[in-house]
Structures are given as C-alpha cells and as structure tokens.
Design a protein around this ligand. Structure first.
Ligand SMILES: Nc1nc2c(c(=O)[nH]1)N[C@H]1C(S)=C(S)[C@@H](COP(=O)(O)O)O[C@H]1N2
Ligand SMILES: [Mo]
Length: 319
C-alpha cells in the first residue's frame, strides 16, 4: 500500500506504475513530489488525467549545516505517542488504527478568519517546503528528520490574529477508536486531549513548522499523521501530533506535560544543556541508531534563530 515508502527521489520509474500513483493522488497533491514528476512516464500519465494544477513542488532544504539524516526506518520505529502506548518501539505496529480520513482542522479563538477546513484544502493554501531539522526528545534521544509541510507563520498570517491573541493552543484528536489509550478513559496514561502551546512570537519564528509528511511521503501515523507541529529548538513534547484544533488565545495555555508534572515540565521546554531535568542531565543525547552520545546544543543548535525570543528571561525559571 505504502508505495512511496522510500525517498521519493529514489523511486525508479519502473517500480511505480501511474495507476498506483493515482491511487495516492490525494497524498501526492498534498506533498507535491516534484521529483516523481520528473519521471517521463508519470508526466505523460498526469497530463492525460488532467492532474489538478496546484502546487506540486516543495522547496527543498539545502541542508547548509550538512546534518546527517536519520533513516526513514529509524524515524518511524522509535516514537513517543502516548495515545497508543508508552512503549516507543511498539507505536509503529499499532498506529494503523488512527483514522485520518476526511481530517478537518478547526482554527478558532481570537482571529479574523476562523475556519473549519478539510486538511486537503488547508494544505493547498500554502507553499510546501522541506525542512531538515534536528529533533531532541527531553528523554535524551535525538534524530535528524527531513520534514515536509509549511511554515506556521504562513498559517498565522492567513487567519489574521486579533491583537489580543498572545498565544496559540494546539489540540490532538480525541477518538477512542483511533487511540487505544483513550479507550481506557480515566485509566489512560495521561489526560486527553494532548495540548500544546506557543507564544505568538515563537509561532511566528521562521523555524516553526506544520509538517504533513517526512522523507517526501505523507506523515506516517506513528509520527503524528496527518499534520503535526515541529518546533526544533524545543524538546520533542512541544511538537504535538495529529492536530485537529488550533486556537488563538490571550493567556498561556496549560500544556499536557506541565499539567501532568509541573515540577519537571514547563511551558517553554527550550532545549538547554545547562538546565538539567530534575531526574537526569540534559548535557548529552543519543542520536537514534548511534551508540555514542553527543553534546546537546543550546536551543538544539538554533541559537542564532531563536535566542533573541528569550532576552531577559531566566531560562532556569522558564524551563
Ligand atoms: N499527541 C501527541 N503528540 C506528541 C506526543 C504524544 O504522546 N501525543 N509525544 C511527544 C513527544 S514526547 C515527542 S519526543 C515527539 C515524538 O515524535 P516522533 O514520534 O515523531 O519522534 O512527539 C510529541 N508529540
Ligand atoms: Mo519526547
């Protein structure tokens, strides 16, 4: 079923028939896989089918920092997604129950243009890009991922927040048929829905990203299909998965991990090797697939882009 498993640009013309591609047409449109279209046979087929003339391209990341990408396999087989299970290696095997059909996103609160919109229509409103980012979980593992999607700032500009909107609050789907841990009701591991938030200037930063895929394919379910946040200078838990609601609000939202354990997790959660977690050091991290640990970088290596957001703030207090 998942024919575009590999990097799309590795797909061999003979491996993929146009018919199969058309079955993936919707996904195709979302991600725009320009590289596939360069295949002559597919080009012809697309022309015949009167393929919708919308953005089929995504802007490739030049990877100027020469980050070494983790493999698709590594990125999709070690996941934190509590709605399924707390066992990171098991998420991939059970994530198929997440139903992403006819996915809608509600944008509400303090905005001029609130909307409830089909994800497909939402995605068409934006320029699609690839972003190759470091990703650092608060637990001490990390990876480098080539995400696909669009900038959060571009969405914010479209919906036009009112001046009173100071924060954005994000919410994950609640659906017990999709998520086994939600079926357990109050015996679930955490309270649902999963909630996250950003301050408006953080959301407007060029790095904040709404990802609809990775490695040129649609988002794997275990990684937060069909749309998830990626905030690469913050610990991974800020990067909320499977988003159904984006609300513009006046006050700092209470995010899931702060609510669960306020002594250990705050609102900001900026990657910071100088502020230890109460139970472990944050100085080092293990990249998925490698044996040795490496040094964790301030703001996960994005200091130039984001340090000014926190001028004058005590990062030990606002952890
Ligand atoms: N809805 C939801 N979003 C979530 C989580 C979760 O359990 N539920 N886990 C977070 C944590 S702790 C991390 S590290 C990342 C993991 O993303 P990945 O599985 O794509 O690596 O997702 C974050 N987003
Ligand atoms: Mo995490």
């Amino acid at each position: 079923m998942n024919i575009i498993r590999k990097k799309t640009w590795q797909i061999n013309e003979n491996e993929v028939t146009p018919k199969e591609l058309f079955e993936k047409r919707r996904n195709f449109i979302k991600l725009g896989a320009a590289s596939i279209i360069s295949s002559g046979a597919v080009m012809q087929a697309l022309a015949k089918e009167d393929f919708p003339k919308i953005t089929l391209d995504f802007i490739k990341d030049k990877n100027i920092n020469n980050l070494k990408l983790n493999t698709f396999e590594q990125i999709t087989s070690h996941n934190n997604f509590y709605e399924f299970t707390t066992k990171q290696s098991a998420v991939k095997d059970i994530a198929h129950t997440l139903n992403t059909d006819n996915w809608k996103v509600t944008i509400d609160g303090l905005v001029e243009n609130p909307m409830e919109i089909d994800l497909d229509d939402l995605v068409k409103m934006f320029t699609l890009e690839e972003r190759i980012y470091r990703f650092r979980c608060v637990e001490g593992w990390s990876m480098v991922v080539p995400w696909n999607g669009f900038s959060l700032a571009s969405l914010v500009k479209k919906v036009k927040p009112l001046s009173r909107a100071k924060y954005i609050r994000f919410e994950t789907l609640v659906d017990e048929n999709s998520f086994p841990d939600q079926k357990r009701g109050r015996f679930g591991v955490i309270d649902y829905p999963y909630i996250e938030g950003l301050r408006m200037d953080e959301a407007m930063n060029e790095l904040s990203f709404l990802a609809t895929g990775l490695y040129g394919d649609i988002m794997p379910k275990q990684n937060g299909a069909p749309i998830r946040l990626v905030v690469p200078w913050k610990y991974g838990f800020k990067s909320i998965k499977s988003i159904v609601k984006i609300s513009f609000v006046e006050h700092e939202p209470m995010n899931t991990w702060q609510k669960e354990n306020p002594k250990e997790y705050g609102f900001y959660a900026n990657v910071n090797p100088n502020v230890d977690h109460p139970r472990w050091s944050q100085k080092k991290e293990r990249v998925l697939g490698s044996f040795l640990k490496q040094k964790t970088l301030m703001f996960n290596g994005y200091e130039n882009e984001v340090a000014s957001l926190y001028n004058g703030m005590d990062l030990k207090k606002y952890f």
